[in-house]
Design a protein around this ligand. Structure first.
Ligand code: ARG
Ligand code: ASP
Length: 682
């Protein structure tokens, strides 16, 4: 029994976000786990490879090409801002969805670009040319800057629409040049209604079972020579070197799968001190502060339909990290990451005696001990004082008095989504928390004076909201350049400034100095870890550069007696459907289609063990043959500690089954013509 089981076990845990250019180092492991293609199929500079079908979408998501006509899939939450910009009361594409019925109906998106990776190259020695170990950090930085500029300029001069940057990997032990082709004419082709694309809303965010149809469709346009070009009516659909074929065969538990995309940021190699700070100090404090804010927002949102709409997006963004941090805190505790890192550090210190890494951990410990109180004060400030909307308005408007139109556009959109009772209550809660929890030595004199003057936070709040001109939209709109003095003596502006000044003078210089020392020490510690564990294959922390993560389709057990199957279906959407609950109110059309029968088993989402993070949203999820089986969009909250430590038992990425995308295009969008340009495999 055990033996038979062992045969199906992967060789190693499915951890890692690997550089495509170095994927040959992983290919044996990938093949052992079921991968059917070669390293060259994933990444090649001599022939078209899968990398040519993957893009960085905007500046924080991933997308993939699915036709030879530049058709692109990404997430609904990645296209959200663009869909919203095209929406009005008459055409509410967020609410109703949007479907271009032909090319001429596709909508251009100012500011949106997609970047294809042309190639990546190890340029460590070129970047460090001229550097000697006797030099100071500042000299090192400036040498790196100058060399990098030369490299990127040379790379960019080689063609139209090229962009290049040099990125440090492993804390600056290695440098890679990344050269991209950037397309700026990207048009919206289709999006489901939010009741499908955001189904489950924040209730289901970071959760399994999940039923969100989180996709949107765009098309990349190029000039007649197939080169990047600014938007023009003359442009034609881009003909990519490669696009993904779509698998209709479905997936089953245990199947090999990989994700090709742009993960944003991880910190897998930090010390136990950093992990403890994150999981035991920072996360819990920030969660508690956000719980207060969310409760206040929700109280007013549940009483008033207009307020619910005003605060739904704000509430969602506050809740997103709030939920993620809870998973991270819990996961780190459960994995005992602090303890295991401590044990590792003990062994490392033993080993380092007598080599050049001797003392590096002790140095990091001292730096953290000094930095953390300051950093916590800073985080506390950003999660309290900086969340008071009125103060932010006062500051933004005052610093933009000269650009009258920009100021007034901002003011209009601010008041469209502003509900003062929420802000007043948040003011009291956040200032009270700040006063109760900030270390005495850090408290700004301004705070102490104000509390003495007004007697209580409540009275202070009353004074500010009664006397600030910024609570009055008409008055804010009327402000001109000439009113600078008036704006600057406003109590809301004064309060913002006083705290900002405190942060800039009391916290920021120390934090910056210590952070750069920590960064330098990590360069040593990272190299030390690689020398200490000669046989381990390391992957660099995520930094929004293209990576491959591979694993397999798999359910998990989040708690005793619970097992989560890795697949969800349309039947589950109907079970959740509830016209009275905003997050679960599906379109009538979907109810009608379901009622026709035959769609119960329609696949919707699936779980896998791919190691992903923020930025991987929209990434293609591929099968062993490199065919598209899904679109990545989330992780389970119980596994969000994967940014720090990956647990193969719990960490799961959540993908939308591509067959649900096709279902929506056909049945909800009535845009079956789009399927004609895709290529399907069984
Ligand atoms: N949790 C996902 C991510 O981190 C999706 C967020 C968007 N969805 C939402 N309901 N807020 O980006
Ligand atoms: N939802 C994330 C994103 O938008 C993905 C994740 O954190 O797993 O990139």
């Amino acid at each position: 029994m055990l033996l038979a089981l062992a045969a199906f076990q992967p060789l190693k845990a499915d951890e890692g976000m690997w550089l495509p250019a170095l994927i040959s180092e992983r290919i044996a492991d990938m093949k052992a786990k079921g991968f059917k293609l070669s390293a060259d199929d994933i990444y090649s500079i001599n022939k078209a490879s899968l990398k040519d079908a993957v893009v960085l979408f905007g500046s924080g998501c991933t997308g993939e090409l699915v036709s030879d006509q530049g058709l692109l899939f990404t997430n609904h939450h990645c296209g959200y801002g663009y869909i919203q910009k095209h929406s009005s009361v008459e055409h509410d594409y967020l609410k109703d969805g949007f479907w271009a019925m032909n090319r001429s109906q596709e909508l251009p998106n100012k500011g949106l670009s997609v970047s294809f990776l042309e190639y990546m190259e190890d340029v460590t020695s070129k970047v460090l040319k001229g550097y000697k170990p006797s030099m100071s950090e500042r000299q090192r930085d400036s040498i790196i800057r100058v060399n990098s500029q030369r490299l990127t300029a040379a790379a960019m001069a080689k063609g139209k629409g090229l962009n290049a940057n040099v990125e440090g990997l492993y804390y600056g032990n290695q440098y890679f040049l990344f050269v991209f082709k950037v397309f700026k004419d990207v048009r919206l082709v289709g999006a489901p209604p939010s009741s499908i694309g955001k189904f489950g809303g924040d209730t289901d965010n970071w959760m399994w079972p999940r039923h969100t149809g989180d996709f949107s469709i765009f098309r990349v346009y190029a000039d007649k020579e197939n080169n990047p070009a600014e938007y023009s009516e003359e442009n034609v659909p881009y003909r990519p070197k490669k696009f993904f074929k779509i698998s209709l065969g479905g997936v089953k538990e245990g199947d090999f799968t990989f994700v090709y995309g742009c993960p944003g940021s991880t910190k897998e190699y930090v010390t136990s001190d950093e992990v403890r700070y994150t999981a035991e100090v920072s996360d819990p404090q920030k969660i508690a502060l956000r719980t207060q804010r969310l409760d206040i927002q929700k109280k007013y949102m549940s009483q008033n339909q207009a307020v619910r709409i005003q605060y739904s997006s704000k509430n969602a963004s506050v809740a997103n990290a709030w939920k993620k941090w809870q998973g991270e805190e819990k996961g780190i505790k459960k994995m005992k990451t602090v303890e295991s890192k401590k044990a590792y550090e003990k062994r490392f210190k033993e080993w380092a005696k007598g080599n050049r890494y001797n003392g590096v951990l002790e140095k990091l410990e001292a730096l953290y001990a000094e930095r953390n109180p300051y950093f916590l004060a800073y985080e506390y400030y950003t999660e309290t004082i900086r969340t008071i909307e009125l103060l932010n308005l006062a500051s933004n408007v005052t610093s933009h008095l000269r650009s009258f139109d920009a100021k007034n556009n901002y003011t209009e959109s601010f008041f469209k989504d502003y509900y003062q009772p929420i802000d007043e209550e948040i003011f009291v809660a956040m200032v009270t928390s700040f006063n109760n929890n900030m270390e005495e030595r850090f408290k700004p004199q301004y705070l102490k004076d104000a509390l003495k003057k007004y007697g209580s936070v409540e009275e202070w709040k009353e004074y500010i909201f009664k006397n600030s001109l910024f609570t009055d939209k008409a008055k804010v709109l009327a402000l001109t350049e000439k009113d600078l003095d008036k704006a600057k003596s406003d109590p809301a502006f004064e309060m913002f400034e006083a705290f900002y000044h405190w942060y800039n003078s009391e916290l920021r210089p120390t934090i910056n100095r210590l952070n750069s020392e920590i960064r330098v020490a990590y360069r040593d510690y990272m190299q030390g870890q690689m020398d200490f564990e000669k046989n381990k294959q390391f992957y660099p922390d995520a930094n929004l550069t293209l990576r491959v993560a591979y694993g397999h389709i798999k359910g998990f057990s989040p708690a005793d007696a619970i097992y989560y199957k890795p697949f969800s279906t349309l039947k589950g959407i109907i079970e959740k459907d509830n016209p009275d609950i905003f997050d679960y109110n599906i379109p009538q059309k979907l109810r009608d289609i379901y009622a026709e029968g035959g769609h119960e088993a329609q696949p919707v989402c699936f779980l896998a063990t791919n190691h992903t993070t923020g930025g991987n949203s929209g990434s293609p999820v591929l099968d062993a043959n490199g065919n598209l089986i899904g679109i990545n969009f989330d992780r389970v909250w119980e596994g969000t500690m994967s940014d720090i430590a990956y647990d193969p038992e719990i960490c799961r990425n959540i993908s939308l089954d591509v067959r649900y995308v096709l279902f929506n295009i056909e049945h909800i969008g009535g845009a079956k013509y789009l399927l004609d340009e895709m290529v399907f495999v069984k």
